[in-house]
Design a protein around this ligand. Structure first.
Ligand code: FMN
Length: 389
């Protein structure tokens, strides 16, 4: 049985939660809820307790159980903030944790859906819109609000969305959550570095952000993830196996040790060239330096063509200054199932940015996406993978 944590915040629309809980129960989704102090003004605990059988939590409960904000997120499959006030949206967007609801949201490792309800001027207020944009950009989802008569007597955009629509969205997201359950996934990310002497190296500008976002999203879809990363400035994402390497050869050796991979997503920018003989001592700067660079190991091609090592589904990345045709060729040459192509040009400065503009290429189609955050690119890539496998 799937489980949803409903966070009910202080909007008059909070009275709608009874209908939503009933609809979820009819679909065999077990619900528990957090009521903020303000929400208690609009929902009688006794009323929903008949439906929730003591699975109602308030700030008082956190005083008795210090880990409640962690447990509530871990024990449920999804978190739904419904109705979501401008206040709670603002708190979450800005990282505040001053009650059970905001602490649970901050500590959540689950998908979060917001169903906002408020006066239309509140909704359209620029600060509220900025907060909503921030949350969408880091991968959270919103349903509604819609245009209609508002409880305050005004008319406009701010009414909580239709209950059936909200429940259908929750059900469809719950289906997705287990889509990659226990799938063994390998993600490579970041640059590799190839030493010249004990101090210097050659490398590239990859920040690793796209790969780390993909790995984090795969975890949310229930996959068992290993992330092999070159040197980056990023913290390893939680709930996955993290392996750090430096050179392309080290990356290849680590990949070879992992067998029976269901999905391999190779985002790493493996250095195409390496210095054949690493100088044992620091090369003195008064000397003229001539470095002969040799072709490095092509990990994607080696794995793509391997009879024993190839993941069941293999995704390569092509950051190209050239056309999409180069990426299409890579799909065939390296025996991939999918290539994510990003054209590097002045309007798509991918390296280090939180944004990316990608095209997803499979044997049968090319899908072009608008510029979006790397989190949302990660979601699209994963969606295309499970639509194809
Ligand atoms: C009668 C009344 C109705 C309210 N309705 C809403 C609402 O629909 N949406 C909203 O964002 N805020 C609404 N507010 C303001 C919130 O209740 C207020 O910002 C509160 O601090 C929210 O707390 P919470 O986010 O912790 O639940 C309303 C306030 C009052 C007095």
């Amino acid at each position: 049985m799937k489980k949803v944590l409903l966070i009910i915040t202080g909007s008059i629309a909070a009275s709608r939660c009874k209908e939503i809980i009933t609809l979820l129960h009819n679909k065999e989704v077990k619900t528990c809820c957090i009521l903020t102090k303000e929400a208690k003004k609009y929902v009688k605990i006794a009323d929903i307790n008949k439906l929730l059988k003591n699975r109602i939590f308030t700030d008082q409960d956190e005083k008795k159980n210090k880990m409640l904000h962690i447990n509530l997120s871990r024990d449920n499959d999804m978190v739904v903030v419904c109705p979501a006030t401008a206040n709670s949206i603002a708190k979450f967007a800005n990282g505040y944790g001053d009650n059970l609801a905001s602490n649970t949201l901050l500590a959540s490792n689950k998908k979060i859906l917001f169903a906002p309800a408020m006066n239309s001027f509140m909704w359209q207020n620029k600060i509220n819109q900025k907060n909503v944009r921030l949350l969408k950009d880091i991968g959270h989802e919103f349903i509604g609000p819609k245009v209609g008569n508002l409880k305050c007597g005004e008319f406009g955009l701010g009414r909580i969305d239709n209950s059936k629509k909200i429940v259908n969205r929750i059900l469809s997201r719950l289906e997705n959550i287990n889509l990659l359950k226990n799938k063994k996934c390998l993600v490579t990310a970041g640059p590799t570095i190839e030493m010249i002497d004990p101090i210097r190296f050659i490398s590239n500008q990859s920040s690793g952000k796209q790969g780390y976002e993909i790995a984090s999203q795969l975890v949310l879809y229930g996959a068992k993830v290993t992330l092999i990363s070159g040197p980056t400035n990023l913290d390893p994402p939680p709930n996955l196996k993290f392996i750090q390497i430096k050179s392309a050869n080290e990356m290849y050796q680590k990949i070879r040790k992992i067998s029976n991979i269901d999905i391999g997503i190779f985002t790493a920018a493996v250095s195409d060239f390496k210095n054949k003989n690493i100088n044992k001592t620091k090369i003195k700067k008064n000397k003229k330096l001539n470095i002969s660079l040799y072709k490095n190991i092509d990990i994607l091609e080696k794995i793509g063509k391997s009879k024993t090592q190839r993941p069941k589904f293999l995704v390569g990345f092509a950051a190209e200054t050239g056309s999409v045709n180069n990426a299409k060729k890579k799909l065939e040459d390296k025996k991939c199932d999918m290539i994510v192509y990003n054209k590097i040009y002045s309007k798509n400065k991918v390296f280090g940015s939180d944004y990316n503009q990608i095209s997803i290429i499979t044997k049968t189609q090319i899908k072009k996406f608008k510029k979006m955050t790397k989190v949302n690119c990660a979601k699209q890539i994963i969606k295309q993978i499970y639509n194809t496998i």
